[in-house]
Write a protein of this length. Structure first.
Length: 273
């Protein structure tokens, strides 16, 4: 299942315009304005417009990205409280719209140690009590004090959250590479073997397919167009033809998505055997 991040300027229903234009089976977008803490209400009419547009579209699955503002493990109490409130709202909105997957960056710990931050995350979700959606913890590049930049840490997060029905993993190719797993060449199988040591492969519910502008182990999160970065086409060919992941949403998140998204999708499709 292949698709792309899409821009939804003018309304979230425009996701389906881009999805159909680019022949996507899956699209990813923000349910709310991603750079603002304030969120507008959604009217029944708008929900209907969205659902009608989805019905009339070939898009099968939607993955919503939680805005980067949200940091449930922030050291700042105000940010933590706002993040909790927003997470609740995003889950509610997803349910109203019929969106199944929500991708979440597990957060930046600041000066706290990671196990303390994981406890804070666990306590947040105890308050949120998520249900009816699947929240996918994204693998991170290891920039700054971000949580989730190793498979072991993702495992610890999943263990702490302790709800197999709700929590899964979103595997981002650029982040995994930047954090220090060489997914190129023979590293492809090695990386998934390493993943399996900590987490069953079936916990991967979505892939972000991005090449990396920065070097292997750079710990710097910079996405690049497919085939133009440090990862190269070989990895993307392998993942797109891997039977184990055939039905898992694979989503492009490359730069200049409006201008270059379709071209990147074309490059990916050409790799499918
Ligand atoms: Zn990503």
């Amino acid at each position: 299942m292949l698709g792309s991040t899409v821009k939804t300027i003018g309304g979230i229903e425009s996701a389906f315009y881009w999805g159909d234009k680019w022949n996507c089976q899956v699209v990813q977008f923000y349910l709310t304005l991603s750079r603002k803490w304030e969120v507008d209400e959604i009217s029944k009419e708008k929900v209907k417009i969205f659902k009608d547009a989805w019905k009339g579209s070939k898009v099968k699955e939607i993955v919503a990205h939680i805005p980067y503002l949200v940091n449930l493990v922030s050291e700042n109490k105000d940010t933590r409280e706002k993040s909790l409130k927003r997470m609740l709202l995003e889950i509610e909105r997803a349910k109203i719209l019929g969106v199944r997957y929500l991708v979440l960056h597990p957060g930046s710990t600041g000066n706290q140690n990671k196990s303390k931050a994981i406890k804070v995350l666990r306590d947040s979700f105890k308050k949120i009590k998520p249900s009816g959606v699947e929240i996918l913890i994204e693998t991170m590049a290891g920039q700054g004090s971000s949580l989730g930049s190793s498979f072991e840490e993702i495992k610890e997060i999943l263990l702490a959250l302790n709800n197999d029905k709700v929590f899964g993993v979103c595997f981002d190719s650029a982040h995994v590479f930047e954090s220090g797993y060489d997914i190129r060449g023979e590293g492809y199988e090695k990386t998934f073997r390493e993943f399996k040591k900590f987490i069953p492969l079936k916990k991967i519910k979505a892939f972000h397919l991005n090449d990396s502008k920065t070097n292997f182990k750079s710990k710097r999160d910079r996405h690049e167009h497919i085939g133009k970065g440090q990862i190269g086409l070989d990895f993307f060919g392998k993942i797109l033809n891997d039977e184990r992941f055939k039905n898992i949403p694979k989503i492009l998140e490359t730069p200049e998505i409006v201008e270059e998204g379709e071209n990147n999708l074309r490059i990916l499709r050409n790799l499918i055997k």
